[in-house]
Design a protein. Structure first.
Length: 351
């Protein structure tokens, strides 16, 4: 019964995504005109990319209860993997006939997700032994390490694989056969197909025995172990899954932006992902798209509307107002925008 319910909701969401995309494809710029520039195809694509990352982050933090402040590192690894193996293919000895094939970026995206997931699985066996703020600090350290490695050309400055501080430009657009998946209205469908696929995967995990094990793990590791849950293995697996999803989003971002720089994947972006997760609701897969859209819309509203009322003040006012808005959201929706009234009432009662 529950599976059918979320299935219907998922199909409604897919229909809404398709409807918006169809309107934008037929009449480019319609969404921006209707919202007076607040919402654009670019913003919707970024929301879709963040949705893919947040599905994994919500599974890790909201369901498994494992803190992570370095999720942007996996996002960046996927982005740089796609950029390096397409733009720097010749330096790596990849034949032009392979690197120029339409299917090559798709294969790189898949292999990058597997490699990043395997890396996270190995690292997870070690750092996920920590708990609470110790785990948060460990994931923060991991994110900083990845950021520095990307900034320092993977320790191979003579090859200039990552481009250092300048990053990599000229990342090719994705193609299917001879058809380029561009302009932005076409790429919208690519990104949101990945986002809806990630949400379907997350919902299947949540409503499976693994999902029940995750909720038990979140409640008490000792209690979960007492009923036969392999806690260490489960934590490492969900950490790997969240990293693989972030890698896919990073690859899609690289081909969307056509350029990647290390600063996009530092500590502040990781913190922004956590904020999106909290605003949407960590303990809900549906919180992923809502949190991404809510935070991106708040940022856009500040840039295009709020700051116009105080032109004498520099852009430093933006994070202040944004922070105040987040405080208000956390006060009135402490469990996230998606959480039910029952959950919200329980949170308020506990206060």
């Amino acid at each position: 019964m529950m599976a059918r319910a979320w299935g219907r909701t998922w199909f409604l969401a897919a229909a809404a995504v398709a409807a918006v995309g169809g309107v934008e494809l037929a009449w480019p710029g319609t969404v921006a005109r209707l919202t007076r520039g607040l919402v654009s195809a670019d913003l919707l694509i970024r929301a879709g990319l963040f949705t893919v990352v947040l599905v994994g982050l919500n599974l890790l933090m909201g369901y498994a209860g494992q803190a992570s402040l370095g999720q942007a590192a996996f996002y960046g690894l996927g982005a740089f993997a796609s950029a390096i193996f397409t733009v720097r293919a010749q330096a790596l000895g990849i034949p032009p006939s392979v690197a120029g094939a339409w299917w090559w970026p798709w294969l790189v995206m898949l292999l990058a997700a597997v490699a990043v997931g395997a890396f996270a699985l190995g690292v997870g066996w070690v750092i996920l032994r920590l708990r609470g703020h110790y785990l948060a600090m460990a994931t923060l350290g991991l994110g900083i390490i990845v950021y520095i490695v990307l900034r320092e050309n993977l320790g191979l400055p003579h090859l200039n694989l990552t481009g250092g501080f300048d990053g990599i430009v000229g990342v090719p657009r994705l193609r299917v056969g001879g058809a380029e998946l561009w302009p932005v209205q076409v790429y919208y469908f690519v990104v949101w197909a990945a986002a809806l696929g990630a949400m379907a995967l997350g919902l299947n995990v949540v409503h499976s025995p693994a999902g029940r094990a995750l909720r038990a793990l979140h409640g008490s590791e000792l209690a979960a172990e007492s009923v036969g849950v392999d806690v260490g293995r489960l934590k490492a697996q969900i950490f790997a899954l969240s990293a693989a999803l972030a890698s896919v989003a990073g690859s899609l971002y690289a081909h969307f932006q056509a350029a990647v720089v290390p600063d996009t994947f530092g500590f502040v972006p990781s913190l922004e992902l956590v904020v999106m997760s909290a605003v949407g609701g960590m303990s809900s897969i549906w919180g992923a798209p809502l949190g991404a859209l809510a935070v991106l819309l708040l940022e856009q509203l500040l840039r295009t509307h709020v700051l116009g009322f105080v032109p004498a003040v520099s852009g430093e006012l933006e994070p202040v107002v944004f922070g105040l808005m987040l405080v208000v959201i956390m006060m009135f929706w402490p469990a996230g925008l998606v959480s039910s009234r029952r959950v919200q009432g329980a949170v308020w009662a506990s206060r």
